[in-house]
Design a protein around this ligand. Sequence first.
Ligand SMILES: [Zn+2]
Length: 295
Amino acid sequence: MNTSYRGRFAPSPTGPLHFGSLVAAVGSYLAASIQNGEWYLRIEDLDPPREVPGAADEILRCLDTFGFAWHGKVVYQSQRHAAYHAALEQLQKERLTFPCICTRKVLSGSPIYPGNCRHRQGAMEQPHTTRLRVADKRIQFNDRLQGLQRQNIAKEVGDFIIQRADHLFAYQLAVVVDDAEQGITEVIRGSDLLTVTGRQIYLQQQLQLTTPSYGHLPIVVNPAGDKLSKQTFAQPLNSDQPAPQLWYALQFLGQAPPAALKDDSLSEIWRWAKANWCWHAIPSQPKKTTTLPDQ
Ligand SMILES: [Zn+2]
């Protein structure tokens, strides 16, 4: 068993899984399977107000129904605050952070943080976010599916938030700490997260963590061109019909499963997918003619 490859799927429990989540899960799962690697699950329940009670359990049941098998215990971000806090303290000790009291109004119309509070130091009583002081340097990585990516965080994003005013840790910080803790060697996920990858790599460098490889899959959009999500009222996956939906997910990923396979068993479709997985066939962007499964 080659256990040097470690992949992961990390859904947020804001609602049931939809076809877009299935595509991301299938991509990361097959990437791990064909390399005899391990595939881990992480529930990204970092933001309690956005969560739907019972959604995390429903997600796990749904993944099980679709035939996914994961390694070890499921990691819940809600139980990892001590680790995030330790990372924040490490950055604070190295004077890489500062408190920011800019209101939304002050920052409105400015996609790049203008550095208003950069000069601030130390603790602060009044409500504030904590930002990472970003150096003017280029982050570069070779995405398995989207090719060479370059970003200068200072110029394109600015000093970014790592802890919110309500004390919740920012997604970028939590993900970086968790990927390192779980020993993830490759992150396969939707390309809606391509633009934040630079920030995550920058954080890994500040925390002296290993940077995994990245591959960003095409995201599934509805006919109006919006990413499938709870906000765009994406249909939940139908757990009564996993096989044809898995077939459609493979087709979306450019894998050309035979038509007859659609009516076959779940295990036959998985068997075919593992035997025929082809990275080069995955489109970098979704094809205009994408067919979504009827549900
Ligand atoms: Zn500020």
